[in-house]
Design a binder for this molecule. Structure first.
Ligand code: AMP
Length: 189
């Protein structure tokens, strides 16, 4: 199995690049944000539980997020591998993902972090808000999520750096050029 994490702040291009990567490598894309949004849209019990947190730009508790993610992995027993997008966002999530994959005789091959500065992120998320109307992309919420990334979520990276699994890529530029850089990293896994 080929599993890797696409890491980066809101607006870094994780969703866009994930889509291209799953087409090329025939992998399953797991975006915890997309999964939560689907639960909210379908008004499931989980959706009702997390909708306010997400609308406010807060993280969902680890246990809820991990359970949902593991269930999603288990729904795809024949997957060639997974692209994780928006997960892990905390060290306990990262450790549990390792543990869970190990139980299946698998592992994370690597983590690719897309580097984009705050000013550019603010612009991109504002543009996305116009297109998708995501409530958590509204200016005050998106600023909070971007700050949360640089103050807290980024602290997950040393966990992978210590395992020599981290590669950083410049996330500003032409989408296809960035995609090619990602592929060059993935081809070495
Ligand atoms: P995203 O689409 O990845 O930006 O995620 C949207 C929202 O879903 C986040 O702002 C969080 O509220 C929630 N969420 C997604 N992934 C996670 C995660 N790994 N841990 C906690 N909350 C998450």
């Amino acid at each position: 199995m080929l599993n890797f994490v696409l890491f980066g702040p809101p607006g870094a291009g994780k969703g866009t690049q994930s889509q291209k990567l799953i087409d090329k490598y025939q992998l399953v894309h797991i975006s915890t944000g997309d999964l939560f949004r689907a639960h909210i849209k379908n008004q499931t019990a989980l959706g009702k539980k997390v909708s306010k947190l997400i609308a406010d730009g807060e993280l969902v508790p680890d246990k809820i997020t991990i359970d949902m993610l593991e269930e999603e992995i288990d729904k795809n027993p024949n997957a060639k591998g997974f692209v994780f997008d928006g997960f892990p966002r905390t060290i306990p999530q990262a450790a549990e993902l390792d543990h869970f994959l190990e139980g299946k005789g698998s592992k994370i091959a690597g983590v690719i972090a897309l580097d984009v500065d705050k000013d550019e992120l603010v612009k991109r998320v504002a543009q996305r808000q116009l297109e998708t109307h995501r409530v958590d992309d509204q200016a005050d919420k998106s600023q909070k999520r971007i700050d949360e990334y640089f103050n807290k979520i980024i602290l997950v990276l040393p966990y992978y750096e210590e395992q020599n699994k981290l590669t950083k890529i410049n996330g500003i530029g032409n989408i296809d050029d960035i995609f090619n850089e990602l592929c060059a990293v993935i081809n070495k896994y």
